[in-house]
Each structure stands twice: as C-alpha cells, then as structure tokens.
Design a protein around this ligand. Structure first.
Ligand code: SAM
Length: 309
C-alpha cells in the first residue's frame, strides 16, 4: 500500500479493485444488503425482461450473482450474463456466463444495481481562499490533505462548488462508464443507485465507507467499501436516460406491497404466510427513506416504451 497521500480516485480504485482490494477479497453480500438480495427484485427484473421480449439479461457489477441465480428459475429461456471483476461464485448455475468484460452487444436488458456508486471519482474541496482543490488521502489512515487546484467542465456543469470546506465528487467517469454500457444495448439499460440531482447535492460530498453491515470510517485501505452517491441527472443526460424512483418503477412492474386479507390466514395459512413475506419484501424494496428512494436511470434504446410512469 502506498504510504503517501494520493488523489482520492487513485486510492479508491486500488482499495476496491487492486489485488488485495475490497471487492477482490470479499463479496458485497458479506457486508451489506442490496435490492439484489431481496427475492421480489428478481421477479420485477424478470417481468421487465418478459415485457420487452429480452433474449439476454446482463447484470453489470453482479457481486455474488444473487440476482442472476434468482433469474435462472424465473427466465428459463433467456441468456443470463454476469459482468463482474471478482471471480465466478461457487455454485452459480452452469448456464450463467460470468466474466469481467461487458459484451459488445446486448439484445435485451442490461441492469447495474449499485455499480456506479463504486466507480471511483476525483474528490474536490474548496480551500480557505476559495480555490477548488483535489483532495488527497493517505490510504493507510484516511487522513486527507488538499492538492493542486482542480477544474473540470463536469463540475462546472453539474456540481459547482463554492465556499470554504464545500466538497464534491466529479462524476465524469461514471457518466462515461454508463454511456459506454448503454451504447452496447438494444433494449433496456437500467442503472439503479442512491444519488442526488442538481438541486439537492450534498454540501460536503457523500463519500462513505461500509463494512460488516455498518458504516465505518472512510479509509481506502481495502478493508471496507468506499462509495459515493451518484449524480443521477448527469448520468441520465450522458445516456439519454430517464429518472424514476425505484418505488415507482417497481409499481409499474407489479411489485405490490399490500398485505393479504387476514381471512386467508385461516383458509390457507401457508399461502397467507407466503403472501405476507412477499408484502414484506415489496415494502422493503419500495420504502421511503430506504431502497424505494433509489433512482432508476432508464435508457430505452429499442423504443419499447416500457416503465412509463
Ligand atoms: C456494491 S456491489 C453491487 C453488487 C450487486 N449488483 C448487488 O446489488 O448486490 C458493486 C459490484 O460491482 C463490481 N464492479 C465494479 N466495477 C466493475 C467493473 N468495471 N466491471 C465489473 N464489475 C465491477 C464490484 O466488484 C462489486 O461486486
């Protein structure tokens, strides 16, 4: 590990994806729960695939393959592809293709749940004289210092910062990564993530770390996740996409959080419990202040007109 301050983006890249990086040595599911770990989420993706007659579903940043494993049973005739820098998970159904590269061309659905927040970005801060500078970090301790003055067209357009101490993350690399993914798709491409739009950017940025199910000190040492909320309006503009909250997108796909009628508990106790469990999952996926607030950045490159809300 480097023992001198480096730009955040470099430290972040190494911390997550270097040889001993966080996502090389552990699976996301060991540390946090995402929509992909909730059964009904796969049902919604399967419904989208059916409505758009998708030949293929590609999961970018597929983590432990949870979504694809669930889709294996739900979409028997559909090609399933995991794009993931980490190795193939043990026990992944044989028919699921797995590798680190995006396919050149996708006929169908490409989905990326909580990928873009892990695409490293330059971090900037305004110094006491009002100059925007790149933030440097010591990867061993997380201790920060300010580096050279920093300017970019992306910041000027999407996240202008002014006032000592104000911070931002320059999302240009995320816009480019997602635009590249979308350019390969004939069908529907959806990036799903926590994020912000121009009117509600966080004043001091949103760099965070998580490990073992908890928020941790932000240190790019490979022992923990490093993430920052996504400037979703910038990503949408870069790919010609639309923004929809997860709760609304899932409602269109039939994810219903209503509880089963109590009478069913007597007439069909097992069915009642199953329905109650589904309602609980729907509630989790659509919750305000939780997963329901996530943004779906939807690019419909085949004119299906699906997910109109
Ligand atoms: C927060 S995890 C999300 C995993 C899963 N999608 C979920 O929702 O549980 C982000 C994943 O993206 C993967 N990843 C990051 N950059 C990638 C890239 N360029 N190509 C493929 N996978 C990538 C990481 O290795 C990590 O497993």
């Amino acid at each position: 590990m480097l023992d001198r301050p480096v730009p955040w983006r470099d430290a972040w890249e190494r911390a997550l994806y270097g040889d001993a990086g966080f996502f090389r040595t552990s699976r996301p599911g060991d540390h946090f729960r995402t929509s992909a770990h909730v059964g009904l989420f796969a049902e919604a993706v399967a419904e989208l695939a059916r409505r758009t007659s998708a030949a293929t579903v590609v999961d970018v940043g597929a983590g432990g393959g949870e979504l694809l494993t669930a889709l294996d049973a739900l979409l028997p005739g559909t090609e399933l592809v995991g794009v993931e820098l980490a190795g193939r998970p043990d026990g992944l159904p044989d028919r699921i293709t797995w590798g680190p590269e995006l396919p050149d061309r996708v006929e169908g659905v490409l989905i990326a749940n909580e990928w873009l927040d892990n695409v490293p970005c330059p971090v900037v801060e305004v110094d006491d004289d009002g100059v925007v500078r790149e933030v440097l970090v010591d990867p061993r301790t997380g201790r920060e210092s300010l580096g050279e003055p920093y300017d970019s067209r992306w910041l000027g357009t999407w996240w202008p910062v002014a006032g000592p101490g104000r911070r931002a993350e320059d999302g240009q690399a995320r816009d480019a990564a997602w635009a590249d993914a979308v350019s390969r798709v004939h069908g529907t491409a959806i990036a799903i993530d926590y994020g912000h739009v121009r009117d509600d950017r966080p004043l001091f940025g949103s760099l965070r770390s998580y490990a073992g199910g908890r928020e941790a000190d932000v240190v790019p040492d490979g022992s923990r996740d490093v993430t920052a909320h996504v400037a979703v309006d910038a990503v949408a503009a870069a790919c010609g996409g639309r923004l929809v909250r997860q709760r609304d997108a899932l409602a269109v796909l039939g994810v219903d959080g209503s509880r089963p009628p109590i009478d069913r508990a007597r007439s069909d106790p097992a069915g009642y419990l199953r329905a109650l469990n589904r309602a609980g999952e729907a509630g989790e996926l659509r919750a305000r202040g939780g997963l329901g607030d996530f943004w779906w950045i939807i690019a419909d490159t085949a004119g299906h007109g699906t997910l109109a809300t």
